[in-house]
Design a protein around this ligand. Structure first.
Ligand SMILES: O=C(O)c1ccc[n+]([C@@H]2O[C@H](COP(=O)([O-])O)[C@@H](O)[C@H]2O)c1
Ligand SMILES: Cc1cc2nc[nH]c2cc1C
Length: 333
């Protein structure tokens, strides 16, 4: 243990509570302190960035909803009516929306940051979702968006009909986990739809035999929003901002990010475990303990927006809670 670690642990253990009694809240506070290299870290300004993109694979009936919903939901974000807007307002996060590659062209709205890599990815059943060069450009654009601003914490969310398929394929190829354990109902496929999704995704994966690195997996399976989120997480981690990871699709991006740069893991907090069954599996392979378990499976960064008050409170514990000495409370016998 170095001197900083010793002082940090002493500061946490000196608070008026039985040793370790704040559980994961103590670990969270310590993570933030390490990230900022301060025993009194600052954790007041947070932003959620939602990346939206369409998926060519959505033509294969792998989602319960039509692809048009991606664009319609971006308009809903811009108008302030989505769950992500509501939770950000309720919990004091700024919200930005990025067109990473939605069908139908630019939005021409001040609320939407235009960074489209195309009008939806190509159908990965028949070929790569995007070229290696486009994938690189998406990651680099994300990197800049993730690193910008003086936010203490940045959450990354996504919107993209079909993207639970892309996430399953990316996660499968970057872990040893069988594809079957990573394919779920997404937006709510029925039993027949789920069988179809299993079949299609097995065919997509079989199209690309052999090992694939993170950039290869992102290019083959997509999507634009997942590749951009991967870059954004790397940019935010490099800028020593706390990276608030949301649900299944965001966690697939986090997995790609730590496969590219393992040190990025230190900046990440896994905000919730979603109802998509593969999410728990991927979190386990990353040794990640999610903060919340609410049975949510919405995406948009909603789980991260709900975890933000918990993160702030853990840092307030470190900064404001009295020590045994300050409060005149007796320590353990
Ligand atoms: O975040 C999650 O864990 C999550 C789980 C299932 C679905 N989603 C959202 O639903 C969409 C993907 O589902 P699907 O069925 O279209 O692949 C996409 O817009 C995600 O934001 C999100
Ligand atoms: C309505 C709707 C909202 C969403 N938000 C994120 N994914 C979504 C999928 C659908 C279908």
């Amino acid at each position: 243990m170095n001197d900083f670690e010793r002082r940090l642990q002493a500061r946490i253990d000196g608070k008026t509570k039985p040793l370790g009694a704040l559980g994961q809240v103590e670990l969270l506070a310590a993570k933030v302190a390490r990230l900022q290299g301060r025993l009194d870290p600052d954790m007041t300004r947070a932003r959620l960035v939602i990346f939206a993109g369409d998926h060519g694979l959505a033509q294969e009936g792998v989602s319960a909803y039509p692809p048009d919903v991606t664009r319609q939901m971006v308009l809903n974000f811009a108008a302030g009516g989505a769950a992500a807007n509501v939770f950000c307002r309720a919990n004091g996060l700024d919200l930005a929306v990025v067109n990473a590659g939605v069908k139908g062209g630019p939005f021409d709205l001040p609320q939407v940051i235009e960074a489209a890599m195309g009008e939806g990815t190509a159908n990965s059943l028949h070929g790569p979702a995007m070229s290696a060069a486009t994938c690189q450009a998406a990651v680099e654009t994300g990197y800049r968006l993730g690193a910008e601003g003086d936010w203490h914490a940045v959450a990354f969310g996504e919107m993209g009909i079909g993207n639970s398929s892309a996430a399953a394929l990316v996660a499968h190829r970057l872990t040893d986990v069988p594809l079957q354990l990573l394919v779920g109902r997404g937006t709510g496929l029925d039993d027949d739809g789920l069988i179809q999704k299993h079949n299609i995704l097995a065919q997509v994966s079989a199209r690309v035999p052999g090992a694939l690195g993170p950039m290869g997996a992102l290019a083959e399976f997509g999507g634009f929003e997942i590749a951009m989120m991967t870059g954004a997480m790397l940019g935010a981690a490099e800028a020593r901002k706390l990276v608030m990871v949301d649900g299944y699709i965001a966690t697939a991006a986090a997995l790609a990010a730590v496969t590219i740069t393992p040190a990025a893991r230190d900046a990440m907090v896994f905000c919730h475990v979603s109802g998509e069954p593969g999410h728990r599996v991927v979190l386990d392979t990353m040794g990640a303990k999610p903060l919340l378990q609410l049975g949510m499976r919405l995406g948009e960064g909603t789980g991260a927006a709900l975890a933000w008050p918990l993160i702030r409170a853990s840092v307030a514990m470190l900064n404001e809670m009295a020590s045994f000495e300050e409060a005149g409370v007796s320590g353990a016998t």
